[in-house]
Design a protein around this ligand. Sequence first.
Ligand SMILES: [Mg+2]
Length: 95
Amino acid sequence: MQFHDPKNMSISVIIEAAELLEHFQWKTKEEVKIYVEENKEEIQEEIADIALYLFELADNLEIDLLNAMKKKLEKNSKKYPVEKAKGKHTKYNKL
Ligand SMILES: [Mg+2]
């Protein structure tokens, strides 16, 4: 893969995430449900765009994304133990 400026790649991740969010902006939960059924292909493409930039960014920085995700999940599970965090949206330092 070609090396790209990490700043530009990060910006591209955010732009694609914004394009994904655009699909849901201002819609109610019920409207989103119907919209997703009718527009799954377009939503799928935006998710793919995000993943493409994200994977290329990680690759350019020589980051093993799968391993990084596993490590982060492990870290999160310690920060947010199920018995304390389940059903809450409180930040870890307030649990
Ligand atoms: Mg896009």
